[in-house]
Each structure stands twice: as structure tokens, then as C-alpha cells.
Ligand binder design. Structure first.
Ligand SMILES: O=C(O)CCC(=O)C(=O)O
Length: 292
């Protein structure tokens, strides 16, 4: 069943995305914002501390560390693993109801992130990519991204840009780009191509609104040219009927949030690791990666 109208469902499948009215109340938004701030200011278990990932400009020392640690952060990866408030973000009722309209009632939630855009750092770009690249399970259409801004977002502070209908093609080869955060791979022949940028829509959204998007949709975010925060909660949802096409992605840690599980399909991970391996790289590792 689910809560979306047929028009919203049709828009999702035709364009590759749909934007929903607010799924969070202002008090809930404040609670997530305050909790993220407390986490970045040190209220985090020691083992999980490297889940707070700084933006590459600060990791490499290209910019001096700001007084407020929140201004240097790119993202908090999987805060649900150590924080009860963020655990709630895996199963926001209005999100589950909407997602059910698209991929059915049996749902896993995974890869929750709280993403910042450092203020006044225009080079902090996340290039065009397709999330399906990262997800080794099928069918791809039974998985989607959920992106909820907690601040007003627009072209100036690094909103998400999407290329409508780009989900209708396959997954492109991706690669690393110099100066871009580790792991934020770029779709080859897409980022920097004028024709693709011209087709992209820069989403203007209010706090608490919700974007659902297909995992093959090309999307990117520019840097934040303003002194306004751009903070978002993002996660992915997949049908529990999906099956793995490759092993070794326990980092995603599926959480069963609605419906039933199926034999031979995605399994919830009971005790996901707190420590994050291999994302917050040292400046030396960045140099090595870029051949310096
Ligand atoms: O919110 C952003 O800056 C980009 C998020 C994104 O595209 C991703 O994490 O895959």
C-alpha cells in the first residue's frame, strides 16, 4: 500500500526521484541537529570516534582547522550504531510509508549518514555518481536513497543536484578525483560534462522535506559558498527480498524496519562494528593515492 499518490509514484519511476512534503516536525529536526552537534563536540564512544569524517581540505591541511569542530566535518557515518536518537532516523514513519509505495512493505534500512557541507568551502564537491555502484545486491530497482535536509538547501549552500531520467541507463564506471573526499567516486564521463550539468536540477528544499531517488540516478552536491549550514540526514532502503551479488559489505549493516524477512535474501546484521575501517585516511595516504 504505502502513502504516495499514483502521481508521485509515476514521477519517481519516470524521472528517477520524487520530493515529499516534510516527514519531520521542527522539534524532531532540532533534536537531530543538536545531537549531531554534541557528537561532533565529543559525545561519541571512543571506538566510534572515526565515524566523524572531516572534509578533505581539513584532513590534508589545505585549510586551517576552524574553532568550531562542526565546521570541519564532512559527515558522521552510521551514527545509528552508537546513538539512540539517530537510531530513530532509520524508521521515520512517514518515510517508511512513502518508501513502501515504491519498493513494497518488506524493508531494510542501511547506510545512515549525517552529512554537512563545511561553511564557505566551495571546493567541497561530491561529484556526479550513482549509488548503485556501491550496493552489491539485486534487483537495483528494489533499493532507493532517502535524503532529508535539516536546513533550507539551495544552489548556494550545496544542495543535491539530480539528472532527471538518468536512472534509465546502466551503472557507469566510476573513479577517484583529485581533491575530492575519499570514497566519493565520480561517474566517468559525467562530472564536468557541460551537457549533463545543463540537464541537472538543483533541488531547493525546506527543512524536513524528503527526496526519494533511484540508486542509478546521477546526483552530486556542490560546495557551500555561504555562511549557512547545510546539514542532511540520508539513508538507503532496500526490499528484504533483495539478494546479495557479492559478499563482504557488512559495513552497510542492514536493519530490518518493516515487514518480513526471506530465506536466502538480505539479512540484518545484529552487532555492527562501531569502529570504521579505511575511510578517514591520513594526509600521507591521500598523497599516496594521488601518486604524490
Ligand atoms: O548530501 C550530499 O552532499 C551528497 C550525498 C550523496 O550523494 C551520497 O552520499 O551518495
Amino acid at each position: 500500500m504505502g502513502s504516495l499518490t499514483q502521481e508521485q509514484i509515476d514521477h519517481y519511476w519516470r524521472e528517477g526521484y520524487v520530493i515529499l512534503p516534510p516527514v519531520l516536525e521542527p522539534e524532531e529536526i532540532d533534536r537531530f541537529l543538536n545531537r549531531a552537534r554534541e557528537i561532533v563536540h565529543g559525545d561519541v564512544p571512543e571506538e566510534a570516534a572515526n565515524r566523524i569524517v572531516k572534509d578533505i581540505s581539513f584532513v590534508k591541511g589545505d585549510l586551517p582547522l576552524p574553532e568550531d569542530p562542526e565546521h570541519a566535518v564532512w559527515k558522521i557515518l552510521n551514527p545509528d550504531r552508537f546513538d539512540p536518537t539517530f537510531r530513530e532516523a532509520l524508521s521515520i514513519p512517514k518515510v517508511l510509508d512513502a518508501v513502501e509505495s515504491i519498493i513494497g512493505e518488506d524493508l531494510m534500512a542501511f547506510l545512515l549518514m549525517f552529512i554537512y557541507k563545511p561553511l564557505g568551502v566551495p571546493q567541497s564537491v561530491h561529484p556526479f555518481h550513482q549509488d548503485a555502484l556501491y550496493f552489491m545486491f539485486a534487483p537495483q530497482d528494489d533499493c532507493l536513497g532517502v535524503w532529508i535536509p535539516l536546513d533550507p538547501v539551495d544552489a548556494e549552500n550545496g544542495t543535491l543536484e539530480v539528472v532527471p531520467r538518468s536512472h534509465l541507463d546502466g551503472v557507469k564506471a566510476h573513479g577517484a578525483l583529485d581533491g575530492i573526499n575519499a570514497g566519493a567516486f565520480a561517474a566517468e564521463g559525467v562530472e564536468g560534462v557541460a551537457e549533463v550539468h545543463a540537464r541537472a536540477i538543483q533541488l531547493e528544499m525546506d527543512p524536513g522535506q524528503c527526496l526519494l531517488f533511484n540508486t542509478r540516478l546521477f546526483h552530486r552536491s556542490g560546495g557551500n559558498k555561504t555562511d549557512r549550514h547545510r546539514r542532511v540526514i540520508t539513508l538507503h532502503m532496500a526490499s528484504t527480498k533483495c539478494h546479495m551479488t557479492s559478499e563482504g559489505i557488512s559495513e552497510y549493516a542492514f536493519n530490518h524496519v518493516r515487514g518480513q524477512l526471506y530465506e536466502g535474501c538480505l539479512k540484518p546484521l545484529e552487532a555492527p562494528p562501531l569502529h570504521l575501517y579505511g575511510v578517514q585516511r591520513s594526509p600521507e595516504e591521500f598523497d599516496e593515492m594521488s601518486g604524490r
